[in-house]
Design a protein around this ligand. Structure first.
Ligand SMILES: NC(=O)C1=CN([C@@H]2O[C@H](COP(=O)(O)OP(=O)(O)OC[C@H]3O[C@@H](n4cnc5c(N)ncnc54)[C@H](OP(=O)(O)O)[C@@H]3O)[C@@H](O)[C@H]2O)C=CC1
Ligand SMILES: C[C@H]1O[C@H](OP(=O)(O)OP(=O)(O)OC[C@H]2O[C@@H](n3cnc4c(=O)[nH]c(N)nc43)[C@H](O)[C@@H]2O)[C@@H](O)[C@@H](O)C1=O
Length: 325
């Protein structure tokens, strides 16, 4: 990507999109193209068509999506499948029609089977049943991967799908019910501290494990992937050398490398916030997948590693929460 290349960051005000804008700006990219949701509804086929034909971006980071935690996914399944299918279909197709050089589609670790072997490799896609709490979202993301792969095969495009693990960081959504676990716990422990409440309720049993990556690292990995020289990028698109010997979609895992239980996460957040008191587990709430650690060997072999530890990342996230609440 040349420094003056026209780069469209879809979803630039979101957790990942905002970090992408920071990362690209810091690296000297000067021609960033953005539209807010109000300016361009990516579920609107005609609006997306008009936007791409007028603007002709050269590179696309597709970080716009309907996103939420376990409760939101479970409560609004129709919105999750409809909006994600529409956004990605419109953006991927118009990228093809308008000659976009490279596109990075962001999926999610929930595309892998609920009981996939751990750590989960790219080749585990479509080898078993999905976790029910986020199946509509996961199926939309799987369709997005298949669409990237199909366009690459039929039209020779260069569309790569990156699968992030659970993300957090500055600019997160701190909604009490609809957010992911880290922003939810930051809010709960902070509110308990300022209101002198001794007990904080954490959903589920506390035993599920999650792998967490800071949005700054996620954006760094996305830019790293899009900057790969042609031969290396092409190799990721055509990675058919899996252990199973089967053809593989253009898919790459983006993870931190280790996971922790929700109980340990809650205790860590409690300590960082300085809340004194007890944690109680509400087992009427779903646990979701028990474990979903990614195997990020492909990305590591390409030369990328995360930089932000979970403790450092949680500190940064809490400071961001304090700035805005
Ligand atoms: N956060 C996480 O833990 C994980 C995220 N991912 C994936 O990473 C990507 C980025 O997620 P994240 O940054 O967390 O999500 P956010 O919800 O923070 O940001 C998504 C962005 O997309 C925009 N958007 C949503 N719908 C539309 C639409 N119809 N038209 C235009 N813009 C729209 C939102 O705008 P507005 O808010 O105004 O609607 C928002 O700016 C997504 O593909 C997500 O699936 C994958 C795994 C984990
Ligand atoms: C990234 C990923 O995010 C979603 O999946 P998830 O990993 O299950 O997401 P989560 O962050 O919401 O929960 C993680 C764990 O944490 C527990 N938990 C405890 N207490 C709270 C709590 O207060 N809020 C939330 N949200 N969870 C809590 C919760 O019960 C669960 O065991 C997908 O739907 C899908 O969107 C997706 O791809």
């Amino acid at each position: 990507m040349k420094k003056d290349a026209k780069i469209y960051v879809a979803g630039h005000r979101g957790l990942v999109g905002s970090a992408l804008i920071n990362q690209l700006s810091q690296q000297g990219y000067t021609n960033l193209l953005t539209r807010t949701h109000a300016e361009l509804d990516l579920t609107n086929q005609n609006a997306v068509k008009k936007f791409f034909s007028e603007e002709k971006p050269e590179y696309v980071f597709l970080a716009a999506a309907k996103v939420g935690g376990i409760h939101a996914n479970n409560t609004y399944p129709a919105e999750f499948i409809h909006q994600n299918l529409a956004i990605q279909t419109n953006v991927i197709h118009e990228s093809y029609v308008n000659g976009v050089k490279r596109l990075l589609f962001l999926g999610s670790s929930c595309i892998y089977p609920k009981f996939a072997p751990q750590p989960m490799k790219e080749e585990h896609l479509l080898t078993g049943a999905l976790e029910p709490t986020n199946r509509p979202y996961a199926l939309a993301k799987i369709a997005g991967i298949e669409m990237c792969w199909s366009y690459n095969r039929q039209y020779g495009t260069q569309y790569l799908a990156a699968m992030p693990t659970n993300l957090y960081g500055p600019g997160d959504n701190y909604h009490p019910e609809n957010s992911h676990v880290i922003p939810a716990l930051i809010r709960k422990f902070h509110e308990a501290k300022v209101n002198n409440q001794s007990v904080v309720t954490v959903w589920g049993t506390g035993t599920p494990k999650r792998e967490f990556l800071c949005n700054e690292d996620m954006a760094d990995a996305c830019v790293f992937l899009m900057q790969l020289p042609d031969n290396q990028f092409q190799k990721l698109l055509e990675s058919d050398e899996s252990a199973s010997g089967k053809l593989q979609p253009p898919l790459v895992n983006v993870g931190y490398g280790s996971d922790i239980t929700i109980k340990v996460l809650a205790e860590t957040v409690q300590k960082i916030i300085g809340h004194q008191g007890n944690i109680q587990f509400d087992t009427s709430k779903p646990d979701g997948t028990l474990r979903k650690l990614m195997d990020a060997t492909i990305l590591h072999q390409a030369g990328w590693q995360p930089k932000v530890s979970i403790e450092a990342g949680l500190e940064i996230a809490y400071q961001d929460f304090l700035k805005h609440h």
